[in-house]
Design a protein around this ligand. Structure first.
Ligand code: ZN
Length: 283
């Protein structure tokens, strides 16, 4: 029975994922996200019903358009798969299966607020997936999405804590977690006049602070920096080896949002804690 529910949630996630692919594609193009049929980019042939199954259609068609045989990007099945995986992860997390149900994240579990938890986390992870792909593709984080994330996280935090407790000691710092996490990014953006990082990263950190709380938020940002540094250095190293290839210099912008979001996932699902790293190595 459990497995059936898990499978249904995963499939639901892949369907939302294929919708997110459309959002990524049409965002800011003036095309409506909800109307219009899905069509091939090369030959403009409308997709048939059997070409619109998440993941499966891409595999069955061997990554090619059924009509003109032009290639269909890896992005489509990957977004569908990871949306399914994250939705399933949210279900497991909310029920304390495999992932521990961190008490500070779900204080009100069991009452009305918790019934909305699925909607909240599904919405947040959908937004984060679109931000990740959009930043990778266009090196820009759309304002509407990143502010929706920050706004949703703040509302959820306040709804969980309740107004009366908001200004008391353990929660007081978390109330300011958003601005506190955003501040260093904002200063880096200001001092470098936007050359080191974009202002979008500061806006993303704002939401991360309210989503995770102050201390876990700091862990997520630090982990994001580490992942970003390792990947940037590897790219530079590969480029040095491959002198004839595409020139990636230190000035080439590296989209930073995906690293921050990886940090967020590690903290949210696995409770990664930068202050506790010593424990890992002392065992
Ligand atoms: Zn085609």
């Amino acid at each position: 029975m459990d497995l059936l529910i898990w499978f249904a949630i995963f499939v639901f996630g892949t369907i939302i994922g294929s919708f997110l692919n459309v959002v990524i594609l049409r965002y800011d193009t003036g095309e409506s996200i909800l109307s219009g049929k899905s069509a091939c980019f090369s030959c403009a042939k409308n997709l048939s019903w059997y070409e619109m199954f998440p993941i499966l259609s891409w595999v069955a068609l061997r990554a090619k358009c059924g009509n003109c045989k032009s290639k269909i990007s890896w992005q489509y099945p990957l977004v569908e798969f990871f949306t399914g995986l994250l939705f399933l992860g949210v279900h497991l997390k909310l029920n304390g299966i495999y992932f521990s149900n961190s008490p500070h994240l779900f204080l009100a579990l069991g009452n009305l607020v918790s019934k909305c938890a699925y909607f909240y986390y599904f919405a947040v992870f959908s937004i984060l997936i679109v931000i990740t792909i959009y930043d990778l593709k266009h090196k820009i984080i759309p304002d509407l999405l990143v502010f929706s994330f920050a706004f949703l996280s703040l509302i959820w935090f306040v709804a969980n804590i309740g107004f009366a407790n908001l200004f008391q000691s353990p929660h007081f710092l978390d109330l300011f977690a958003g601005p506190i996490l955003a501040l260093p990014f904002f200063l880096m953006w200001l001092l470098s006049k936007g050359r080191w990082i974009g202002l979008g990263d500061a806006k993303l950190a704002l939401g991360m602070g309210w989503f995770l709380g102050l201390i876990p938020g700091v862990s997520a940002v630090i982990l994001g920096f580490w992942i970003g540094a390792v990947i940037s250095l590897s790219l530079l190293f590969v480029q040095r080896l491959n002198l004839s290839g595409k020139n990636l210099t230190i000035k080439s912008e590296i989209p930073f949002a995906p690293f921050l979001i990886l940090g967020l996932l590690a903290v949210f699902f696995f409770g990664f804690d930068v202050m506790n790293l010593g424990v890992l190595f002392s065992q």
